[in-house]
Design a protein around this ligand. Sequence first.
Ligand code: SAH
Ligand code: MG
Length: 228
Amino acid sequence: MTVDRPRPAARAERAGGSGGPPGVLLLLSAAKAAPGFMPDDEGRALYEAARTVAVPGPLLEVGTWMGKSALYLAAAARETGRQVVTVDHHRGSEEHQPGWEYHDPSLVDPRVGRLDTLPHFRRTVADAGAEDVVIAVVTRSEVLAPLWSTPLALLFLDGSHTEESARRDQDAWVAKLAVGGTLAIHDVFPDPADGGQAPFGVYTRVVASGDFEELPGTGSLRLLRRLR
Ligand code: SAH
Ligand code: MG
């Protein structure tokens, strides 16, 4: 095994360039390098939203995949002394199944005959040194929700994007946000030509509730602060 040269982030951090506790820049560069579905500008916006949230509580993500967005959240958690809880059954969404656009046969566990992203997630988080701030819950989000009562500082919705599951995640989780907490919704595409409409539907309903004020978003990431 060869020893890599320090990455730019590592050098900046040693030079005292992070402005935050040790490890934040390393987590951000690990997030950028991790496999997954989160462009770096959106990940950075998620990190900023999470580090600036003004109420106590954990950050909770629905839809872990291999831990990419969890690492952006982990950087904020490390910086602000919080933890990230990320829930996924690790069997993939509809579009990851055989015959669909994002299927990767190498992710199928041959013994079980289904996708398994959990080992990849564990590697991502271990490599990034984030096991202390990232807590994985392996189940369907709708199974965890009724067991969950701690008010959330930030909720990041990025699970299944069918109409039914997007609505279910909204119904199950949005009410668990603390007043003053931030709701982040990924893959919001107002134009159907750009992508599926289920996350946009969640966004539209949340805005229409009048309970949230919108913060500046980035790309397909929408950010909303709970007012009441
Ligand atoms: N946030 C990830 C991408 C998530 S992809 C990243 O940064 O790359 C969507 C994930 O949602 C998949 O891993 C899938 O297994 C998960 N998922 C789909 N339906 C779910 C459900 N009902 N409960 C929990 N996770 C679910
Ligand atoms: Mg997404």
